[in-house]
Design a protein around this ligand. Structure first.
Ligand SMILES: Nc1ncnc2c1ncn2[C@@H]1O[C@H](COP(=O)(O)OP(=O)(O)OP(=O)(O)O)[C@@H](O)[C@H]1O
Length: 385
């Protein structure tokens, strides 16, 4: 979702004359009385949105504390789904319940929903502190208390020194964190993030992704993020919901989906072997399993990722091959995707490997076949967790 409305927040001044719609996007006014149903905590949505040549029909559920990523190609309907959750697009059919309360008819400003937009939409005339204090103020919190709450959020985001800065003085990564703080300061029961890292350069993205992951892990309500980027989705989310042509084509944990992609798009996009471990220079000891040698020189908790195409399989233990990143595995599944075969491997390191049909035939791969798998350190990618 690039810009949910055609206007910007330029006219959001520091005093009362703010654009009503802008206010609505970022604030949660006192919610009308709702009648929660017992045992229905979290999100239960069936989003149906009819457009001239497009129909979104997506069921989405999540429990409090869960981070769900909506992943899909351009035009799949991710943005439409996010806007429907925010109340910026009406449902044509279906339902939307949050913590047991029906929200279909609740206007956006009354939904307990926080949104972080792709371009952040920070109010340019307000300091970082006042941007964050804005939500609590709209909820009726007194000025001093709202500012105190905002200061605490900025502190949590590592931005205490930038509280007085206007958005134009903030780096992309800092502005992103202010936008997250602003959304969280309203204490939403549903946090929506639209391509939260897309506006950042590659280097900043790494750092901000790791920080965002920590904040999302600490967030006790439901978070839904939209992204094109499989790595963002896999690192940030507990569960991926892949949408193509307005429909959910697959959902599951990142590792389930990477190992058992159900469409060619997913196979290409989320084909990523991803592990957590602890780095000591170029060696990462995995939380469960062996070590992986990487080119990055890191220490402490990290992720290591490599694509299935980086894995080379051998029938017999390769002689002369470096002992690094060499694992004995067993084929547990084979799936064809176009002219590629994805092999699902179990063993000391569960992983997915892509190979051509010719290579698979030459290796005589079949479920139960023992194989040796290698990955060059240069084809792995390690980054702080
Ligand atoms: N206002 C609109 N009126 C009619 N059709 C629309 C409107 N906005 C989007 N669409 C169509 O709805 C479909 C889904 O668009 P949407 O923006 O939700 O996809 P997306 O998955 O978010 O794509 P992207 O990743 O490119 O942002 C597309 O076919 C798009 O052309």
């Amino acid at each position: 979702m690039s810009n949910p409305h055609s206007r910007t927040a330029d006219d959001a001044g520091s005093s009362g004359g703010r654009d009503a719609e802008t206010v609505r996007e970022h604030s949660v006014a006192a919610a009308p009385p709702r009648e929660p149903l017992a045992g229905d905590a979290g999100l239960d949505a069936h989003l149906v949105v009819e457009r001239s040549a497009f129909r979104l029909d997506v069921a989405l559920t999540a429990v409090p504390g869960e981070v769900v990523a909506l992943l899909g190609p351009n035009g799949a309907g991710k943005t439409t789904a996010l806007r429907a959750l925010a109340g910026l697009v009406p449902l044509s059919a279906g339902h939307l319940r949050l913590d047991g309360s029906a929200l279909e008819r609740t206007p956006p400003e009354n939904r307990p929903v926080g949104v972080v937009f792709q371009d952040y939409l920070l109010f340019p005339h307000l300091s970082a502190l006042d941007n964050v204090a804005f939500g609590p103020r709209c909820q009726g919190v007194g000025k001093a208390e709202a500012r105190a709450q905002a200061a605490a959020w900025l502190d949590r985001m590592g931005l205490a020194d930038h509280a007085g800065a206007k958005p134009r003085r903030l780096s992309g990564g800092q502005a992103q964190r202010v936008a997250v703080a602003r959304a969280l300061a309203t204490r939403p029961r549903l946090l929506l993030l639209d391509e939260p890292l897309a506006a950042l350069d590659a280097r900043t993205r790494l750092e901000v992704r790791a920080q965002l992951r920590r904040h999302l892990a600490a967030f006790e309500a439901v978070a839904v993020l939209v992204t094109h980027d499989p790595l963002d989705a896999m690192v940030l989310a507990d569960r991926l919901v892949v949408v193509e042509h307005g429909r959910v084509v697959q959902q599951g944990t990142p590792s389930d989906i990477a190992r058992h992609p159900r469409t060619d798009y997913i196979a290409q996009l989320v084909g990523l072997n991803l592990y957590r471990g602890r780095a000591d220079r170029h060696t990462v000891r995995l939380d469960a399993g062996p070590s992986i040698t990487t080119t990055e020189d890191l220490s402490g908790p990290v992720f290591v990722a490599f694509p299935p195409s980086a894995v080379t399989l051998f029938r017999d233990r390769p002689t002369g091959a470096s002992a690094r990143n060499l694992w004995r595995c067993e084929v547990t599944g084979l799936e064809t995707h176009g002219d590629q075969i994805r092999a699902d491997l179990a063993g000391e390191l569960p992983l997915a490997a892509d190979l051509t049909t010719v290579a698979a035939a030459e290796l005589g791969l079949h479920p139960g076949a023992p194989v040796w798998a290698t990955v060059k350190a240069t084809q792995t990618h390690a980054y702080p967790a």
